[in-house]
Design a protein around this ligand. Structure first.
Ligand SMILES: Cc1cc2nc3c(=O)[nH]c(=O)nc-3n(C[C@H](O)[C@H](O)[C@H](O)COP(=O)(O)OP(=O)(O)OC[C@H]3O[C@@H](n4cnc5c(N)ncnc54)[C@H](O)[C@@H]3O)c2cc1C
Length: 304
């Protein structure tokens, strides 16, 4: 089933992002994490895709297992930068054969250590090319796309970036998932601007709790999101006084407040960047209130 159809149901949902462990010997542990997350019945789970590398096969293998063995609705991330039409269509065929209906269509980033190749020399220049390629080959496929409440790092300006988001949705994207952000005002402002240019499709907020100061600093340096000054000061203080445990506690509480405020203000659902951290994320989820949701998270669905 296409995720856009699942999203349009009543009630608010939670979905999860996982990354495939590089080393296959870590997979049994990863699937134990998945098993624990299954208890909260996510609407769908997405699996990241390393642009240009062996972890691409891992994405495919993992989404197949998530569907077959764990009865989850998986969404495979897929990047197109540097990829060939043949490689992409093989990937899509494997998904379709396995009954996987959803894909997150991304451009990806060219590897930093290689010369930048002009888009014209590639089969795909932007995510919108991938969206229209998938739509043409597999008209029934569910397609999500990425968007950036704080603007994409390479964008000329936020309005142009938003125009390109509209374009990729018009090419056949069903919905968008946002880049992580730590201040909900970015999301609300983005939503106002998106609606004002005629974007009507769902835009699901993506939230990443801070689990570790160094990791989050690396993540934001790569994706261009910013941590509000006061929150950063609190995190640094927590690191100095209580170490990584205190940082994680603060990070989870900040994410809980963010998610709750989004839910209370009527978002359809939230996509949680789990970094495969089950214990901390399940603790966060257990403290959330969803509207129109069943009495208990335990064993029940987060949406009704
Ligand atoms: C939810 C989410 C999940 C992600 N998952 C992964 C993952 O699994 N693996 C991974 O490698 N990366 C992932 N990324 C990162 C993503 O690949 C990078 O942010 C990448 O730089 C842009 O991808 P995009 O699909 O948004 O690109 P695009 O939509 O193509 O946009 C890229 C840039 O080009 C501009 N642009 C778009 N169309 C045009 C046009 N026609 N002409 C000129 N400029 C244009 C945009 O404004 C933007 O600045 C994810 C990002 C998000 C938000």
């Amino acid at each position: 089933m296409r995720i856009a159809d699942l999203i349009s149901g009543d009630g608010q949902f939670l979905s999860l992002e996982f990354f495939p462990p590089k080393d296959r010997k870590d997979w049994p542990g990863f699937f134990q994490v998945v098993e624990r997350f299954r208890s909260i019945n996510p609407l769908f789970v997405s699996v990241t895709y390393g642009a240009g590398g062996s972890t691409q096969d891992h994405t495919l293998d993992i989404v197949l297992r998530l569907k077959r063995e764990y009865d989850l609705v998986p969404m495979a991330h897929l990047t197109c930068v540097g990829a060939s039409c043949k490689g992409i269509s093989d990937f899509l065929d494997t998904l379709v054969e396995a009954g996987i209906d959803n894909i997150l269509a991304l451009r990806g980033d060219p590897p930093k250590d290689q010369e930048i190749v002009l888009p014209e020399s590639r089969d795909f220049a932007f995510a919108s090319d991938l969206v229209s390629f998938i739509r043409k080959l597999h008209p029934h496929m569910g397609i999500g796309v990425a968007c950036y409440p704080e603007g994409h790092q390479e964008a000329r300006d936020p309005e142009t970036d938003l125009g390109f988001l509209k374009f990729k949705l018009d090419q056949g994207g069903d919905f968008a998932v946002t880049q992580l952000f730590f201040d909900n005002e970015y999301y609300w402002d983005f939503m106002r601007r998106a609606r004002s240019i005629g974007i009507t499709k769902p835009i699901v907020p993506g939230i990443m709790p801070v689990f570790n100061l160094k990791v989050v600093q690396k993540v934001i340096s790569l994706c261009g999101a910013c941590i509000p000054e006061p929150f950063m000061r609190e995190l640094e203080l927590a690191q100095a006084n209580g170490g990584s445990e205190a940082v994680q506690e603060l990070g989870i509480e900040h994410a809980r407040k963010q998610v709750q405020e989004l839910l209370d203000n009527g978002v359809p659902g939230v996509h949680l960047y789990t970094l495969n951290k089950d214990e901390a994320c399940l603790d966060l989820v257990s403290r959330l209130r969803f509207s129109n949701r069943p009495e208990s998270v335990q064993g029940g669905s987060l949406r009704v």
